[in-house]
Design a protein around this ligand. Sequence first.
Ligand code: 13P
Length: 248
Amino acid sequence: MRKPIIAGNWKMNNTASEGVELVNALKPLVKDAKCEVVVCVPFIDIPAVKKALRGSKIKLGAQNVHFAEKGAYTGEISANMLKEYGVQYVIIGHSERRQYFGETDETVNKRTLAALAAGLTPIVCIGESLEEREGGLTEKVLSAQIEKDFAGIEDLSKIVVAYEPIWAIGTGRTATDEQANETIGFIRKRMKKVYAGKNVGRMRIQYGGSMNPKNCKGLMAQPEIDGGLIGGASLKAPDFAAVVNYDK
Ligand code: 13P
């Protein structure tokens, strides 16, 4: 059985004090959640949010990590730095990082391996653009990402994959339940083939892209979908709580 996981990706939103306010409002609303709940916050918010999360089951995540252990990488943050602060999850390879910050499949792979080596759980994002979907290239694009991004991982149950079709991110245009289920089913099948014997059956795959209180029930009812990576709707406690409590 794969335990569902709902993670909020705050992106570049919330100062530390705003973040504390948000998790304080969130805590009572999600205290009976059956799924795993994570908030992925800006680096600078980590210490304050960590403190505010005390006594709750909500886990702490970051939104990126560098692949080197340490060294001359001005402005970067290592996996050990995150680990020491009690961070458990880290988003890697979000399409915004690929689009605006030169992230490639190669660096996604290096970051993922570094996160695992430090004992963090990577949430690795893959997905196709609108052009690629309309051109019938979805499976080809995903297959290429699958082969490169996850190379060299021994136990794939230690990572979470987030399938985020780029055309559904922040657009209000969600993949239909069937589209999301079918594509995530494809990802799992393909990974089982490429990474046979690496525990793919126990690896969780989330859907991400305009997931909200209205559509979460339908998406989460799909057999292939193990959770959600939530952007906009994670910035308001009642909305994020409604997604977390999709089963109530
Ligand atoms: P939205 O939920 O705002 O579409 O963002 C999705 C996302 O990118 C989560 O990582």
